[in-house]
Ligand binder design. Sequence first.
Ligand code: BG6
Length: 483
Amino acid sequence: MMSFPDNFLWGGATSNAQYEGAFDLDGRGKSQLDYINYIAKDELDEHTIIPEVEYDRFVKLIENEDAFNFPLRRGSDFYHHYKEDIALFAEMGFKVFRMSISWCRLYPSGLEDHPNQAGVNFYHRVFQELHKYGIEPLVTMAHYEIPIALTKKYNGWESPKVIDLYVKFTKTLLDEYKDEVKYWITFNEINMMLMSLWNGGGMFGARAKKDIPSLKHQALHHQFVASALTVKYAHEHAPNCQIGCMINRIECYPYTCKPEDAQATLLEDQLNMYFYDVMAGGYYPKRILRYFKEHHIQIDYVDGFEEILKENTVDFLSFSYYLSNVISAEKQGDKEAGIFVKELRNPYLKYSEWGWNIDAIGLRIALNKVYDRYRLPIFVVENGLGAHDIFENGTVHDEYRIAYLREHIKAIGEAIDDRVEVMGYTPWGCIDIVSAGSVEMSKRYGFIYVDADDEGNGTYQRYKKDSFYWYQTVISSNGEKLD
Ligand code: BG6
């Protein structure tokens, strides 16, 4: 079995903020992510591991920027290494490369009438380089990022004004690149808003006019409308493109077989998937409207939103999948899995060094569940193992990463045999990049090692890990040779 279709899109995934660097070159503005500073693990405490930048802390950061270490500003310097990196991706046999475009490289403050031409040209050069090797770009329009000027002026996605500014940006993308980019995703992990105001919406909780749950769902409402308007424009002006949406899928298991736990798990699932209901189904499900009511969540709906959502649904679904979760009706998650997710420990699973459980079966379940519900093709656009690598003699022997990916690829193969339509697989951080959750280089996912540390020391030279050669064989055998 394990029949990956001939046109299966094997590749890898990155995001501009974590990879690109060159934060102050060629007219780029700054984003809210440029203001997340690195904090060493031994200095982390209960407050600092929550990645919300509150207003006082932000003021301190901007008053004294030079005193802080901002790894996301450096990324792994794709800006200057793109030719070399793309050649390495081609050597692995990539058919697709997932990347994102920096909003503030094109519209430095988000408010300009015309895009920054140097930024526009950079991405043309990248796409040309990819096509030289027959690699199809898969582009996320906004990977968590928003120009910091919009955070300052509007408190980010809290304001409906940001909808038009985002749509101005995405129209530019479609007009400029529609002949170079076939696959698009409007927002990275749109449900991240529920976990982080800063990453998801570029918002200060303290400055909001609403309570936090209402603020999150208000900002999401704005993103849903912005996404649908982008889909509309793509369908009208770039008919050869396919445009999708994305969530962070966390497969949920009941803590016990008590019906209360099963019910709580169902709700968790509905909350995780209602994003698809809105963007692929075109409506807010009634169960979620009831949830809003029960939790006193107040949303000021944009005029005409029902029609906008209904008429502009996406062409495909995508998700990131890293871990599963255990849900109890009584117990709260007591352990931070990485940074964003609170979870109850699952005794049947192994855990990564960052406390993320490893659950390949959950991926097969997720693919089946999502497909059964929406019957749309699914792209697995993120998955992978963040680990400390030991770099010796110009390489890394990362058999742990190979073991992780092997099991997840098998799970995708099983799902395909279950008749799920899977478009492709782009493991996360195919080259080492800065972690989004812990803002460090030390948490590495790549097939390619980048010689840089958390402080930005290093040559930034690229080296092939053992997993590089392994993945090359996986791709050339179309998923048949996994050992
Ligand atoms: C996903 C994000 O949630 O997880 C990526 O889309 C992120 O941006 C990835 O890098 C892995 O998380 P982390 O915290 O290990 O970088």
